[in-house]
Design a binder for this molecule. Structure first.
Ligand SMILES: [Zn+2]
Length: 259
């Protein structure tokens, strides 16, 4: 590997040439202005890149990432990104997307307290400690981590919804929808966790986040939701035995209600 990382610069040339070959106007359009309709708040994990998992081109999603996709309301970085996205870019959707197997979330479930990272993870650590008996009652370690990964997403959606930036946008009638999603590295698929928030009223109608430890929301893929909607007209019995809507090559695990 060269000291000047020429292999990466070479790959960039190949990428740019390929882009221009497929779409001669691509870079001209990019240079004019960015008009993303989505703000993505995700984890810094190198395997979860917004444009790739969404299948979007540059210019289509505004991105903020940090370890464990945490929204600290004193973090000037995320607040600046949020303000720019909402007030100037006028994105209509904010997606908080975490992922299963998140190393940051996993650390918040341990007694490790020796790094700067542990200050960053403190909201998760405190939540875990508050509900420790319930979390520790989940015998399977993987399942416990999955639950915390899911709860973390809802926690951060609520924090975004409580910022003056979002409240002000809603109060002036701006369309702004908040979403909570989770990504599974094992199959490359996103699942919707909620909550979906489009107003202060919807936010305030949510049950306490403390309730969620006992009553977690069920992650659902868009394909499964569409299948459920399609079969809803025929009654719940029509759903029984309904084949998983995912192509089998998309996942190596057994089909579950999670698919
Ligand atoms: Zn992560």
């Amino acid at each position: 590997m060269s000291r000047t990382l020429d292999h990466l610069l070479d790959q960039n040339v190949i990428w740019a040439v390929g882009k221009r070959r497929d779409d001669p106007e691509f870079f001209r359009r990019m240079a004019e202005q960015q008009r993303p309709n989505y703000l993505w708040i995700g984890c810094s994990d190198s395997r979860v890149t917004a444009n790739d998992v969404l299948g979007l081109d540059p210019g289509e999603v505004f991105v903020h990432r940090n370890i464990a996709n945490i929204v600290h309301t004193s973090d000037l970085n995320i607040l600046s990104v949020l303000e720019f996205a909402v007030d100037y870019l006028q994105v209509e959707h904010i997606i908080v997307c975490g992922h299963y197997g998140c190393g940051g979330v996993a650390r918040s479930l341990t007694a490790d307290r020796g790094a700067m990272l542990d200050h960053w993870l403190q909201p998760l650590t405190m939540y875990y400690r508050k509900h420790r008996a319930l979390f520790d009652a989940i015998a399977d370690e993987q399942e416990r981590l999955d639950r915390m990964c899911e709860l973390n997403i809802e926690m951060q959606v609520r924090r975004i919804a409580a910022t003056p930036i979002v409240e002000n946008a809603w109060s002036r009638g701006q369309t702004l929808n908040l979403h909570g999603w989770i990504y599974a590295i094992r199959d490359g698929l996103l699942r919707d966790l909620g909550p979906h928030l489009s107003s202060v009223e919807e936010r305030d109608a949510l049950p306490s986040i403390d309730e969620r430890v006992r009553n977690p929301t069920e992650p659902i893929s868009a394909m499964r939701r569409q299948a459920i909607d399609a079969f809803a007209a025929f009654g719940p019995e029509a759903m029984e035995g309904l084949a998983c809507p995912l192509p089998t090559e998309m996942h190596g695990h057994a089909c579950t209600e999670e698919c």
